[in-house]
Design a protein around this ligand. Sequence first.
Ligand code: ANZ
Length: 792
Amino acid sequence: MNNYNHIDIEMKWQKKWLSSSADFLLNNTAKKYVLTMFCYPSGDKLHIGHWYNYGPVDTYSRFLKMNGYNVFQPQGFDAFGLPAENYAIKNGVHPKESTHKNINVMRKQLNRIGAMFNWNEEVVTCEPDYYKWTQWLFLQLYNNKLAYRKEAMVNWDPIDQTVLANEQVLPDGTSERSGGKVIQKPLKQWFFKITDYAEELLNFDNLKWPSKTITMQKNWIGKSIGAEIDFKINDLDKSLNVFTTRPDTIYGATYMVVSPEHPYLHEFVNHDCSDAVMSYIENASNKSELQRTDLEKDKTGVFTGSFAINPVSNKKIPIWVADYVMMGYGTGSIMAVPAHDKRDYEFAKKYNIEIIKVVLDNSKEDSELYEGEGTSINSDILNGLTTKDAKNKIIDFLTLNKIGKKSINYRLKDWLISRQRYWGTPIPIVYDPNGNPHPIPEKHLPWELPEDVEYKPKGTSPLGTSEILKKRTEDVFGKGWTPEIDTMDTFVCSSWYFLRYPDSNNNKFPFTKKSNKMLPVDHYIGGSEHATMHLLYARFITKCLKDLNYLDFSEPFKHLYHQGTITKDGSKMSKSKGNTVSPDKFVEMYGSDTFRCYLMFMGPYDEGGDWNDKGITGIDRFLKRSYRLMLENKAVQYNNEDEFVLNNTIKNITDNLNEFKFNTSISKLMEFVNHFYDKGLDIKYKEIYVKMLAPFAPHLAEEIWSLFRNESSVFNEEWPVFDKFKLVKNEIEIAIQVNGKLRGSILVSLDSEKDVNIKLAKEHSNIVTYIEGKNIIKEIYIPGKIINFVVN
Ligand code: ANZ
């Protein structure tokens, strides 16, 4: 039997496709920008997870191309960052060298997918011609007061001598990497002012995004509507300003809490208590935010010895300091209402503080703690009001008396972009001899990352060791000037790369009219783990650039899709877990087409699955059968069923591909082959089949197509359309009733005559039991629908 040699075929077509790698044309109406999240070359190989992202999406892109769209599918490398740097340190090579080596290997592997990548537009974020524009972006934000520097507490890992992101600190306060006890340390850091965009970022109108991801972003931004209220500090000409989402509970505020970092704390701590307060503050500084906000943890605090006055009840209430209140949220101090807030309740119970119930639970019996809404009690002017009305009334009252106002708070914090590591984009800032920051003028960009750096982490930013950078700074700016030695978070590199692709070789501008025409991205496909960081940053940067008039759209990704995760023995396949499976050996053994189809056949694309290679031979067999079916030429007479199968296959695959349902599409192709395998196909049907196969097994389909029609590509063909009339089966079902009650049905051919149908109905085994021995007084016949026998 005829078999094909997949290695020969795939190499041949990959070479041909690469050399003719079509430049995309700017045909506005028909463009489709299909983007997968770019690779992170932190290891030296693509694993199955990468393939799972890129293979099926290329199938979709090829489908779009055959539907007449001008498809843009670029590819690149997110090449700066900690994992790439750690990989280099582990392997004892310079990160530049290892990153480039990894990129070269990955590029080759990506080519083995046989995807229609627009390689001419590749971006590599660690190249000066890319990061020049990341620095340009920083300057735009800086010049528009969206980038600023301030001292912030950071998670400091004393073993690895580096700052850690919150996600890298374990709940017990140790470092995920080194196991060392993480401490809080103040450092001057650069921030992007994403909080200015909090409200806009909550708007998802006209975006086709997974609802779960929208919810995650909304929760991350965390909008709370409430009030700010001033509580006067007893005997002091100062007030504590609190933020609360439940101003209706103010009559139940029996104590106050300030965060250990609160700026006035030192002013009102009573002498007798100051030692206890000082040691409490010291202790709190060793805890991470995660530990402090953990709802399960035992609440601790100390009394400051001072009191505040509840502005509505005029009651004198104690002020405590406790680390469950964070300085970074709201105003850093709260009015505590133990009857209606769990944290306050636990605290009050522990320290014996008064609990006053001020909201009645209307739905069930009251318990000592109730966090829901209800009716106000023990609340003077608010008594009897619903929570909603009570909130409005108290806010009006506070506003009128100038002791408070309505206020909105967001949980979202500004984006800390400084990293004390080597392998990143240098921040384009220099300091004058007095230590004041100045932006580096655009003409000096790219402000290059020096190579004479001791890049292993030592506790201070590695760029500080570079003589080249020091000298360059003094040469350009003058004696005594010093460079910024932090680098940017890699999420800055990836916050705008999709803008660069359409015009990635332009060295005058980061993006141009061309970018504006190609964008927004029509389909963005990548892992759901990026829900709150990358996907939020990309939206933020797009909005900033729109407001600065560089872009004419404000959302980067119209349609977002998360492919599922490929696991191995139940846990996520990832380099850090060391459980990756290399696709290479399967590609070698079965071919890239088979491997791609196998991945797609594993299950629904958004569900992923646990990797095993058991079923791959089944796919291999299917493609070989497809090939054999295509090689034989037969003069066939198709019957109605054959026509139905053909048109039904086209319809199903078209519908399924539009919804990223790859597995069910492949099933349909298999059914098609099974149906026709013995009978054979003529050239007309064969051409239709190859077109349908093409997005799934591009090399094989291109090979077969070249056998049919020399010199032309199947990807320049139009996607087949189905004939809807052939989808109507030639048989219909007619319901049979006896005295108006449904008693059975018959299947008849469409052109079957009335008297034949009535005869068949009377012979129906169930109908016989109802009409036997009875008088049929009437036969009602509604063509194609119902036969009703009226009997007595
Ligand atoms: C009084 C009160 C009574 C509160 C009540 C809640 C229930 P969200 O929804 O997350 O915005 N809070 C305010 N600032 C805080 C801070 N810096 N650290 C810790 N907690 C803080 O939560 C807002 C509520 O969290 C606020 O409303 C405040 O407690 C607390 F029955 O004030 B509430």
